[in-house]
Design a protein around this ligand. Structure first.
Ligand code: URA
Length: 243
């Protein structure tokens, strides 16, 4: 693997920052400064250090994104911009895909990764991974109605079968037209259909947590960042518990 590619895969530097750091003598391979960004290294065996700090190789990439309005959760789309297009070229070349879907007009937290098995485990129905959405509604909803919805409603699934949603937690704000809902499953348009079951309508929706991850450090729509090492460890541990 090229040295600059390895450096950018750690999430510490962009590809161009990596090349600059290498040319500036800030990077050592097995203790010796190397000044060619295209020098080939073995990420499993060589010891690479940046300004004296040893870097660990990450086999997979995990990106957290604050999804803006109008982007689709897909790797390509003939019509609308995709969430992948919000990432720089070097990340777009890493075969990332969204771990789960948000509707085109849903905002907020989205995990992108190239770790297929992990994504599969997190999204498996039996995994019960928690996700929280902040919503606003067209009309106020009573606490009693919210309680009824949170016990489960009947929906029709993709195969035309009736499906009872799992219990969820709905918290209402004082005006009862907004709040949060915490789900442990991810059916198509689930939050919208949940409130439709009370003859209401979701006017805006934002995902604020997913699998223990939050939007911390991503205050603006369209912003992204790598998972911290701690977040990555927690995510892998959570996915490991799903079987
Ligand atoms: N529920 C919805 O209705 N839409 C989303 O994007 C996510 C959950």
């Amino acid at each position: 693997m090229r040295l600059d590619k390895f450096l950018s895969s750690t999430g510490r530097l962009t590809r161009s920052q990596a090349a600059k750091a290498v040319r500036g003598g800030e990077v050592t391979v097995n203790g010796a400064a190397v000044r060619a960004p295209d020098c080939h290294i073995n990420p499993e065996q060589d010891e690479i250090a940046l300004r004296g700090e040893l870097l660990t190789y990450r086999r997979f990439t995990y990106i957290l994104l604050n999804k803006p309005d109008g982007y689709v959760s897909a790797t390509e789309d003939g019509h609308d911009p995709t969430v992948l297009e919000l990432l720089p070229d070097e990340l777009q070349r890493q075969n990332l895909f969204p771990c789960g879907r948000l509707d085109k007009h849903t905002l907020g937290l989205m995990l992108l990764t190239n770790n297929g098995p992990l994504s599969h485990r997190l999204l498996a129905p039996k995994s019960h991974v928690r996700k929280t959405y902040a919503f606003t509604l067209r009309e106020p909803i009573t606490q009693a109605e919210a309680d009824r919805l949170s016990r489960g409603v009947w929906l029709i699934d993709g195969a035309g079968e009736r499906y009872l949603t799992k219990p969820c937690r709905i918290t209402l704000d004082a005006a009862c037209t907004s709040g949060t809902v915490e789900l442990t499953e991810g059916k198509y348009h689930q939050v919208k259909r949940l409130f439709e079951a009370a003859d209401n309508k979701v006017l805006s929706l934002e995902r604020i947590t997913f699998a223990g991850l939050t939007l911390e450090g991503l205050p603006e729509r369209g912003q992204w960042r790598h998972l911290t090492a701690e977040e990555e460890r927690a995510l892998l541990a959570l996915a490991g518990k799903q079987d």
